[in-house]
Design a protein around this ligand. Sequence first.
Ligand code: PLP
Length: 389
Amino acid sequence: MASITPTSPNTIRSTHRPTLKPLVVPERLLLGPGPSNADPQVIAAMDQQPIGHFDPDYLVMMDEVQELLRYAWQTDNALTYAIAGTGSAAMEATLANAIEPGDRVLVAVKGYFGHRLVAMAERYGGAVQTIHKPWGEAFTLAELTAALDTYQPAVLAIVHAETSTGVRQPLEGLGAACRAHGCLLIVDTVTSLGGLPIFLDDWQVDLAYSCSQKGLSCAPGISPFTMSPRAVEKLERRSHPVANWYLDATLLRQYWGPPRVYHHTAPVNLTYALREALRLLAEEGLAARWQRHQKNAEYLWAGLADLGLTCHVSEALRLPTLTTVRVPDGVDAKAVIRKLLADYNLEIGGGLGDLAGKVWRIGLMGYNSQPQNVDTLIKALGEVLRAVA
Ligand SMILES: Cc1ncc(COP(=O)(O)O)c(C=O)c1O
């Protein structure tokens, strides 16, 4: 094979030079646990040239994203910004910044993502204790308060909307209980932000994170993160540096606000997208957004009942963004998922962990929470169930 230059000793080794056609992405209706379809206006916002991440216009955009996030979460937290990464990166950011080695950390586990919190908290040196609920149930405030009494943790972490089970965890009163115990409260709002009521400050939540690809109807890869003044105070008192350089809030806050010091190259186009997604949320208004999700979820639940299917979670605790539906006896859950995708271009999710093979997971999130999507799904699911019976 020819060398690159007459003097180069190197040669291009591959005998298989890939010759691919330009990318064509199939059109799918994403009604699973995420990602959801992005709002076309968000895609249009992304579809522009990058600008520099210190461009004055970009810095304005960063400030706007922070202001919009505060609205979405109903918080005044100054330290509110977006992490360059998916929801797991933002999850890791909360734990990395909240936990010092040896801190007692209590994780209230009632599904798959509770276990992920445990795994991450252990990596940051937390002395982790757990309490558990069956997958499909939520903790009561009395149970959580009793656990705070027993374990006296420095940090309590809990998932608001458990995507593996479809359960909404009521949070009223928990922040006050944590404060009474001198404990920081971390809440995962990955499947709740932009889809169901969240009042971060009223609920006295200290750290929260989310993702872009569900209730916000944005592309994945940029994730909301926030810390209360109490959490920042603990951060500033740390005796060990945050054990993750990329996610260290003491560094990142100097990029998201004055003195605007370089930290990493921002995912500029995802910032355009997130700004547009959050702008659309503010334009619709939180109350209208939450009502739309609830109404369309109830329409879905009625349609599923008409098909003879049963929801896994009691209606009072059911998420409007994500519904778990029990797989009828004798039905191959994966075959149904495969056929919906192959024949209808429609994606739903299967069960995770304890619920693997037992439920399907149907998401109606953000832009996708529309009655016509419910009609499309119910019709397709009915036909597929008859075909596989
Ligand atoms: C409740 C919850 N937490 C965390 C995550 C992790 O987010 P990501 O997959 O964007 O990394 C997910 C993902 O679905 C989730 O549902």
